[in-house]
Write a protein that binds this ligand. Structure first.
Ligand code: GDD
Ligand code: MN
Length: 367
């Protein structure tokens, strides 16, 4: 059979552990998009529950259902970007798989973009008049989400009321303008796109009511907030420093505190030898740095079990070389510019860069 009409709309649905939502989701899309040439692509990060297999089963029955199966990468933003890039349609929507976003908004989004060629993106928004967070968000989540929203809008210079929304429809030509500037890491692809568009995009927000999740569970945890902080700081550097490097440095700073506290404690209780206390402090700090980086900075490729141990040892090795580089650079710098602060900072900078790149390549290398 030939598929004769090209889609006017591609619906991108990122999925991780959403097997039981696939069929209900397709049924809802079919009802909402009747009469429109559309297709849906599920971008699955090799979910252990067999989501991709389920999508394939549905796709064999329905030619407008596609699967984009990623192996060895995790992350919502990256999945959305790949899904959008896999489409030939002039308009592309992104919607969650868990039925929390009201799919009946899609035809209105489509009509708005088709009616106004200067419009770049339509956001399904929980914050504009009539829209509501419904009962789908806990009170605490709602509070945190509102705070993050305000901060993000200020820093990213975004005027949309709900830039954190995971529900939007974008014009492919507009997306192409910003895609090279987007970050793969993180949850907030819309906020990143709006920021990358530097306020040039014409944005329309349409209200809807956020629904309760029925099957499966949310993948948004507190680590996502930390990742988001990374996105904000990355944007403050104009995107020069990637999210991951910023998270790595933040964890490194926490390690500095850990080290100071351990040295103090050790000197007060364990030993009178500063060298011994310092050695202990360095080891504890390296260990907490490793654990935090594994949980936060590299949450998309967290090491577990034996891998965790192997990773910890390689991280000690990487940091040891980093420390030698740190001291070497600081010494040379001090000979050129005799300022303790500048020389020490130069050493720390080179040490941090080394630790970051080396641990990226050795400890948390992508599979
Ligand atoms: N491919 C892929 N890879 N998909 C993912 C990943 C991943 O690593 N993590 C989550 N997803 C998919 C989920 O399967 C779901 O379809 C969608 O992304 C949203 O994930 P949820 O875990 O349901 O997020 P949420 O409901 O807590 O958060 C929603 O609301 C937020 C605003 O409060 C999302 O729409 C967020 O984008 C939004 O910011
Ligand atoms: Mn959800």
């Amino acid at each position: 059979m030939n598929i004769t009409s090209l889609p006017a709309l591609t619906v991108v649905v990122p999925t991780y552990q959403e097997r039981d939502n696939i069929r209900p989701m397709v049924a809802l899309l079919e009802a909402a998009l009747a009469g429109i040439a559309w297709e849906v692509v599920f971008v699955d990060d090799d979910s252990p529950d067999g989501t991709a297999k389920e999508v394939r089963a549905v796709a064999r029955e329905k030619p407008y259902v596609r699967v984009h199966h990623r192996i060895g990468s995790r992350g919502l933003a990256g999945a959305c970007i790949e899904g959008i890039l896999s489409s030939v349609a002039p308009l592309v929507a992104v919607i969650d798989a868990d039925l929390q976003h009201d799919e009946r908004l899609l035809p209105k989004m489509l009509a708005a973009l088709q009616a106004d060629p200067t419009l770049d993106v339509v956001i399904g928004s929980r914050n504009v008049e009539d829209g509501s967070a419904g009962s789908g968000l806990s009170a605490l989540r709602k509070w945190g989400s509102d705070r993050a929203n305000g901060l993000a809008r200020k820093i990213l210079k975004i005027s949309a009321t709900d830039p954190m929304s995971g529900y939007f429809m974008v014009r492919r030509t507009s997306f192409n303008e910003v895609v090279l500037n987007l970050q793969q890491q993180g949850f907030k692809i819309l906020a990143d796109m709006l920021s990358a568009s530097k306020g040039r995009w014409k944005v329309l927000e349409l209200p809807y009511t956020f629904r309760e999740r029925q099957y499966g569970e949310s993948k948004l945890d507190s680590a996502v907030t930390f990742e988001f902080l990374g996105l904000l700081m990355s944007r403050l550097t104009g995107g020069v420093l990637p999210i991951r490097f910023i998270l790595f440095v933040l964890v490194g700073l926490s390690g500095l505190f850990v080290q100071l506290i351990v040295v103090k404690l050790a000197l007060a209780t364990l030993t009178s030898s500063f060298a011994l206390a310092q050695t202990l402090g360095v080891f504890v700090a390296m260990t907490t740095n490793f654990i935090l980086n594994n949980l936060l900075t590299y949450r998309d490729r967290s090491l577990k079990g034996m891998e965790f141990l192997r990773g910890l040892l390689s991280f000690y090795g990487v940091c040891a070389i980093g420390a030698v580089a740190n001291v070497g650079v600081a010494e040379s710098a001090f000979r050129v510019v005799p300022s303790v602060v500048l020389a020490s900072a130069a050493g720390a900078l080179i040490g941090a860069l080394w630790n970051f790149w080396a641990s990226l390549l050795v400890t948390w290398r992508a599979r």
